[in-house]
Design a protein around this ligand. Structure first.
Ligand code: ZN
Length: 219
C-alpha cells in the first residue's frame, strides 16, 4: 500500500476519535498518585486534628492548597474534563468559592461557557448577569463534595431554568459513598472522612497533641 494511502487512513477523524478515547480511558489517575500529590502540596495533612465540627480526625484536607499549583490544577481538572469530553456539555457551572477555580479550568478545557453561583442570604443564586439557557446541557463542577448541599442547590437552578443536567464532576468525594446525584457523576478521588468524638478519640488516648488547622501559620 502506498504510504500516502496509509497516512490518510491513520489521520481520518474516525480513527483520531477512537485513538483519543482509548488513550483517555487508559490514563485514569491511580489513587496513590493523587494521594501523593495531596500530601506533597499539604492539601492532605496526617496527624491529629480538631475539625471545625469539634470532632477529632487523623487527617485534615484543604483542596485549595493543591489547586494553587497550575500543573496540578490542570492534571486534576483534566480528569473531570476527560470524563465528560463526549457528553456534549454546553455550560459549566460551579458553586462559589471553592468550586470556581475547578469550574473555570474544566470549562476552559472543554471550551464552553463557564459561570458560577454564589450564596446570597443563605441561598445559592446566579448574579452578575449570569444565566442558564433553556435546553442547555449543563455540567456542575465542585472541588469537594461532603454533604453535596451546594451542588444540590445548583442542580435545582439547572432544573428551574429548564436546562438539562448532563453530569456532576468533582475532585474529591468526601461523602463516604453516601452522596449520589441524579445524573452521571464522577470524582477524581474518593477520600473517606475518619472522625472521632473527642472522648472516644484513640489519638487522644495515645497522648498525641491535637492541632486545630488554620490556627497556626504553618497550616
Ligand atoms: Zn483526639
Amino acid at each position: 500500500m502506498h504510504i500516502n494511502r496509509l497516512l490518510a487512513i491513520f489521520s481520518s477523524p474516525f480513527l483520531a476519535i477512537l485513538y483519543r478515547r482509548t488513550l483517555w480511558t487508559a490514563v485514569k489517575l491511580p489513587k496513590e498518585q493523587v494521594l501523593d500529590i495531596f500530601r506533597e502540596t499539604k492539601a492532605l495533612l496526617e496527624g491529629h486534628f480538631r475539625l471545625t465540627s469539634g470532632l477529632h480526625s487523623p487527617q485534615y484536607f484543604q483542596c485549595a492548597r493543591v489547586l494553587q499549583y497550575p500543573k496540578y490544577l490542570h492534571l486534576l481538572c483534566g480528569e473531570i474534563a476527560k470524563h465528560f469530553e463526549y457528553a456534549d456539555i454546553e455550560l459549566v457551572i460551579s458553586p462559589a468559592i471553592g468550586g470556581v477555580v475547578v469550574g473555570t479550568e474544566v470549562g476552559r478545557m472543554l471550551q464552553v461557557r463557564t459561570i458560577f453561583a454564589e450564596r446570597q442570604e443563605g441561598k445559592m443564586e446566579l448574579r452578575r448577569g449570569f444565566d442558564i439557557h433553556p435546553g442547555e446541557r449543563v455540567l456542575v463542577v465542585e472541588d469537594v463534595v461532603t454533604t453535596g448541599g451546594s451542588v444540590f442547590e445548583i442542580v435545582d437552578l439547572v432544573k428551574k431554568a429548564d436546562a438539562r443536567l448532563a453530569g456532576v464532576g468533582y475532585i474529591v468525594d468526601r461523602s463516604n459513598g453516601k452522596i449520589t446525584f441524579d445524573a452521571k457523576h464522577f470524582s477524581v478521588l474518593q477520600l473517606d472522612v475518619v472522625t472521632y468524638k473527642p472522648e472516644e478519640c484513640p489519638l487522644c488516648k495515645e497522648g498525641l497533641p491535637v492541632v486545630k488547622p488554620g490556627s497556626r501559620g504553618n497550616y
